[in-house]
Design a binder for this molecule. Structure first.
Ligand code: FDP
Length: 335
């Protein structure tokens, strides 16, 4: 018989972080602030259509992309949530040309939060899946306003996570000791523990990719596609699943296994270009993948070992179950 008192043992994010977890108190605060930003964005997204908040703002961001009104709104929510006190001294986001510093919060022990406030924002107008991705890095003492200490390999991240705005809002995060998922219980406005120490299956049955770009990929990436879509007895038989929001596609891999890829594209001059950003998309999700037993690669090697040259650096990505990611590397997906 189902336990009629099961609800009484609901474990909220606050309780989870503050009891039995060996997490630095400053980092706990930073994670709670990220969770609050995700709740605020979730709430706004739910009413956005009726409030006339969908569509483009008319601005072009530092990446040269058209900005949705909700991109700007969500970015402002992060700035508002992390300002006014707390351990986070620096914010770096997809929507910002330059990092944002809160001087008063740059004590000896401080953090940088790198984030994509509204991932997959082209889904906003069609009520599709959306996400928020974030990573936390420790700032070096005496760093000032420069960000040289933050431009380091992803393995220096101390926490990473995402909010997924689907039928339910979820917060999935790691502080380096496994991956935990919480569901937003709207009635009480709290994230409640759903799964702890999630393990990604070693192999899955689906791949996620914008296949329309295949003609411009490196031959190795096309070989990977051929393998995945080839006969089952030759290691293929995969189904395609692509929702157009990285967080949604990654979440499927986390729970069910499989691979998400966004390969580099070779232009007419033979130069390779990429779409996804290392510091606030690929590196945080790669930390989550590894913490769950999966992998994140640029096709050449571990994504968490790439040293970024700049905050908006882009890289190719192959992320998900360990077996499929190893296959991408073996087939030399990026040449
Ligand atoms: P979007 O441009 O809608 O913000 O972050 C970029 C991203 O979405 C990812 O969320 C998504 O996986 C990918 O780009 C989709 O790109 P394509 O439209 O080229 O498929």
């Amino acid at each position: 018989m189902a336990n009629p008192w099961a609800k009484l043992s609901m474990i909220t994010l606050d309780r989870y972080l503050r009891t039995g977890q060996r997490i630095d108190p400053g980092l706990i605060l930073a994670l709670e602030q990220a969770a609050l930003a995700v709740k605020r964005i979730s709430n706004e997204l739910a009413g956005a259509a009726l409030k006339g908040e969908l569509g483009y703002s008319g601005a072009i961001n530092v990446q040269g992309e058209e900005v949705e009104k909700l991109d700007t709104w969500s970015d402002n929510v992060f700035v508002d949530t992390f300002s006014g006190g707390g351990p986070v001294c620096t914010l770096i986001s997809e929507e910002m040309e330059e990092p944002r510093h809160f001087k008063a919060q740059c004590a000896r022990e401080s953090f940088a939060v790198l984030y994509d406030p509204l991932d997959g924002s082209s889904n906003t107008d069609v009520n599709g899946a959306l996400g928020t991705i974030f990573a936390v890095r420790r700032r070096k003492p005496g760093h000032g306003e420069g960000i040289e200490d933050v431009l380091a390999v992803g393995s220096e991240q101390i926490a990473a996570g995402y909010g997924l705005y689907g039928p339910a809002t979820m917060l999935v995060w790691t502080a380096g000791d496994g991956v935990n998922a919480f569901v937003l219980e709207r009635g009480i406005g709290e994230f409640v523990l759903w799964r702890e120490k999630i393990r990604m299956p070693e192999r899955g049955k689906t791949y996620g990719v914008n296949q329309a770009n295949a003609a411009r990929w490196h031959p190795g990436a096309r070989a990977l596609l051929e393998r995945l879509t080839g006969p089952k007895d030759k290691g293929g038989g995969y189904s395609l699943r692509y929702c157009g929001a990285l967080v949604g596609d990654f979440h499927r891999c986390l729970l069910n296994g499989g691979i998400f890829l966004y390969p580099g594209e070779v232009n007419a001059g033979g130069k390779s270009t990429c779409k996804l950003r290392l510091m606030y998309e690929v590196a945080p999700l790669s930390m989550l993948a590894e913490q769950a037993g999966g992998a994140g690669s640029t096709g050449h090697g571990r994504a968490l070992e790439v040293v970024p040259g700049r905050i908006h650096e882009r890289v190719p990505v192959y992320i998900g179950s360990a077996e499929e990611v190893a296959l991408a590397e073996q087939l030399k997906a990026e040449g």
